[in-house]
Design a protein around this ligand. Structure first.
Ligand code: GDP
Length: 365
């Protein structure tokens, strides 16, 4: 069949006795008929379950949209994909900018696909993308080899909303990717604070990438972040950096000894590697899959996923309550005045908060 765009009718010309004459139909009206059809929830679900990456990409865009109509379709798609999700290993990968996350993920991804097969989705949580309008983790070309691999799907961080909102969208995207047959999920995050907690709450293994520095590597690393790690890896263990990396690894091992045994029963390991030269990559992944086998056998794998589902239920309630409060027009009118009276010392913070909440609850009746 002739492609519509090649047909003379499409171009606004009607062929009459071999002579082209201008059509009396506005060609733009014709053009509209060929515009991309709006997909229904059914189309999205069918496409995702078939592993169609173009539809998966569009579904993720829908999940990320703040438009209420898009959200409604997105929620239906997620719900219908849910029974087909869960069959994956989810790995969180964190490290400060410059730690070598993109270089490493490129190598990690290729290694995992080569050694274990299957399909890999790389997602991100980058709260800075909202503040700065430029995502640190947003550029697909950061992973040059993986981005052209047929079995990988790379998606930058959603950028709209609070950290909670960004993280929720990443979690929902995990569900869609798993339903599309991605059985390995990497969730990348910048190692600078709360985004780690969000990432930790949606992965089975949390890997912290560190660099060897001046000898006091433990300085500046929040205890909480170290406590979350199931494995710590020191990158750039190459050239004349090898001794420093090994020293750093010893320091991390010693520090980890002081922490209580994690609930998983697994002692976090510390390894050195080089993402750039590919040294030690196999050992890192042997360690990660040893952990997965260990927690699957002990039942902790299931337990952690259940705890995460519970956590996200409460997170979702918190987020929706917060939005309902702050987006209420009456409340937002009152907020500035109440804030001013607190700053002027006319009211305490608690009284102002109570009055605002009372006003909000009264509006609900
Ligand atoms: P990200 O900001 O954490 O994603 O870090 P990048 O992957 O962009 O790496 C930051 C810089 O460190 C780049 O210049 C990389 O070439 C370099 N780099 C990454 N991994 C290694 C490594 O294993 N060895 C060395 N020597 N340099 C590396």
């Amino acid at each position: 069949m002739e492609h519509p765009e090649n047909s003379s009718e499409y171009a606004g010309l009607v062929v009459n006795n071999g002579v082209e004459q201008p059509s009396n139909i506005n060609p733009y009206l014709k053009r509209k008929r060929f515009a991309r059809r709006q997909l229904t929830a059914n189309d999205y679900v069918e496409g995702i379950l078939k592993g169609d990456t173009s539809i998966l990409g569009q579904a993720v865009t829908l999940v990320e949209s703040t438009h209420p109509a898009h959200q409604q379709v997105a929620q239906e798609v997620i719900e219908r994909c849910l029974p087909h999700s869960g069959n994956s290993v989810r790995i969180g990968i964190s490290g400060v900018p410059g730690a070598g996350k993109s270089t490493s993920i490129d190598e990690f991804g290729l290694h995992v696909l080569k050694e274990y097969g299957g399909k890999l989705a790389v997602l991100a949580i980058d709260p800075s993308s909202e503040r700065t309008k430029g995502s640190i983790l947003g550029d697909k070309t950061r992973m040059e080899k993986l981005s052209v691999h047929p079995d990988s799907f790379i998606r930058p961080s959603p950028s709209a909303g609070s950290l909670g909102g960004v993280a929720r969208k990443t979690r929902e995207t995990i569900i869609l990717c798993e339903a599309a047959g991605y059985d390995k999920i990497f969730v990348e995050t910048v190692g600078v604070g709360q985004s780690e907690t969000a990432c930790h709450s949606m992965v089975d293994f949390f890997l912290l990438i560190q660099l060897a520095g001046t000898g006091d590597e433990l300085q500046g690393i929040k205890r909480g972040i170290m406590e979350m790690a199931d494995g710590i890896v020191i990158n750039k263990c190459d050239g004349n950096n090898v001794d420093k990396c090994q020293l750093a690894a010893t320091q991390f091992r010693n520090a980890l000894h002081l922490f209580p045994m994690p609930e998983s029963g697994w002692t976090p390991q510390v390894l050195t590697y080089s993402g750039f030269y590919g040294y030690g990559i196999k050992e890192v992944w042997d360690m990660i899959f040893q952990y997965i086998d260990f927690v699957k056998a002990s039942g902790y794998f299931e337990h952690r996923r259940n705890e995460q589902s519970k956590y996200w239920m409460y997170e979702s309630i918190n987020e929706q309550l917060r939005n309902s409060f702050f987006q209420n027009p009456t409340i937002s009118d009152m907020l500035l005045a109440e804030e001013k009276s607190v700053l002027d010392g006319q009211k305490t913070s608690f009284v102002a908060a109570k009055q605002l909440l009372d006003a909000y609850f009264a509006l609900l009746h």
